[in-house]
Design a protein around this ligand. Structure first.
Ligand code: HEM
Length: 128
């Protein structure tokens, strides 16, 4: 029996990628990453409350190259998500929604998140 091709509804592999679409997906992904990152913060605070040995162990893991990579990613995730939240706040006033404006805002979100992350790490990690 031959199967008749059914119409396909649009999905990610069909839509042309745009920066606003990518930012929307990244906003949700960073929201999820923020949950995981907050768990790392709670583990660190818990270890500090537990005692010096526990704190030293967690600091050792977080201070390793992999730990630093994860924390760097978490910093970027927080910065990117916070700026994304502010972007939604701007849209709440029904501005910056026209073609060109929304793309500019999305690129600014991405660029500022990288700048803020590098600034935080420069000031609070690399220069300390
Ligand atoms: C550790 C802190 C945070 C966590 C764990 C978190 C988590 C999340 C998650 C999982 C989502 C996705 C929800 C969904 O798509 O159904 C989300 C959406 C959102 N977050 Fe956050 N978030 C955090 C901080 C923030 C901050 C600081 C802001 C604002 C400055 C913010 C603004 C928003 C907004 C506006 C949305 C909705 C976006 C939309 O409608 O598409 N979030 N957040």
């Amino acid at each position: 029996m031959s199967v008749r091709a059914r119409p396909t509804s649009p999905h990610l592999q069909i839509y042309r990628w745009t920066i606003t679409m990518a930012m929307s997906i990244i906003h949700r992904a960073t929201g999820i990453a923020n949950y995981a990152g907050m768990a790392l913060l709670v583990i660190w605070l818990g270890a500090a409350a537990f005692g010096q040995d526990a704190l030293t162990s967690v600091n050792f893991i977080y201070g390793s190259w992999f730990g630093q990579l994860v924390l760097f990613g978490f910093t970027w995730s927080l910065a990117h998500h916070m700026l994304g939240g502010l972007r939604h706040f701007v849209w709440d006033f029904a501005v910056m929604m026209e073609p060109g404006q929304r793309e500019a805002l999305a690129w600014a979100n991405l660029a500022a998140s990288v700048v803020i992350t590098l600034l935080i790490w420069t000031l609070f990690v690399w220069m300390v």
